[in-house]
Design a protein around this ligand. Sequence first.
Ligand code: ADP
Ligand code: MG
Length: 339
Amino acid sequence: MADLIRLLPDHIANQIAAGEVVQRPASVVKELMENAIDAGAQNIRLIINDAGKTLIQLVDDGIGMSETDARMSFERHATSKIQKAEDLFNLHTMGFRGEALASIAAVAQVEMRTKKRGEELGVRLQVEGSELILQEPCQAAAGTSISVKNLFYNIPARRNFLKSDKVEFKHILDEFQQIAIAHPDIFFALHHNGQKQFHLPASNLKQRIIQVLGKKYAQALIPISEETDIIKIWGYVGKPDFARKMRGDQYFYVNQRYIKSNYLQHALFQAYEDLLPQKMYPLYVVFFELDPAKIDVNVHPSKQEIKFEDERLIYNYLRVCTRHALAQHHVTPSIDFDQ
Ligand code: ADP
Ligand code: MG
């Protein structure tokens, strides 16, 4: 009998992989923003139309790409960020899987303009459904601009599965805010359907939190900052009076990467003990910095889940640090510092 197994052609393999990386417009926003940050951009502008369904454009002033790199960047598993397996445990970049641009270009119409600093001409590329349509030299500012048009234009089932513009734009806002808070030293702008949504001048963490979450939090932020040989924790936790019924303004970052962790959240809430009424949740923006060898971020393509080598230790340390910060600001009844 004839053999039955064949290798899938690249464009189909890319489309399948895209299912994991690109769930909705917000996933594209996240990947493009992370790439701009990895490229050392100081100014990142995001232009969105129709909640990202028709256009997601990101313009950065990062290192840009050579013509060959620009072309390579759309290949699957093509990355400048890691070279060998060990590098996975010594990550200093947001990206490393080399999958995002290949996946995005498999399910959208993508145009890239990029130029390295000091070069006279840049390059313009158009890729549609994994196929290179155009590649030519062009005038360009130093850095990279990528436009992702008509997401899922070639997969009607996925396109129909998208939610309303309101819901999809909310997802985009979440990604934008998570990343903007982690990088207060970078200028970010966000426009939606021609209207300015955010314009965030480079600043410090406290000002960035206020820029993003609102002036109402100016009085709410209690600094937290401690370190040991193996871990550093810093950021802000909210005063109990500013706690809200809804969860939402809660941000954990590990080595500047936004993560979700019910486990660590529990530690933080524990520190408030009975300072909070039932079902009220405090704001927090907390950064953990530790040796990349002690964490594994390669658990899921979205990289929002991570594994710690010693989770219990981090749990306890976070609880103690938060308790400490609250006590220093006289918001814990149980510890008396300077009376
Ligand atoms: P990864 O970020 O995991 O390496 P991507 O598919 O997101 O994979 O990007 C592939 C490569 O393209 C990156 O490794 C980088 O070299 C290059 N690249 C992507 N976006 C940019 C950008 N905005 N500026 C400069 N280089 C970029
Ligand atoms: Mg990337």
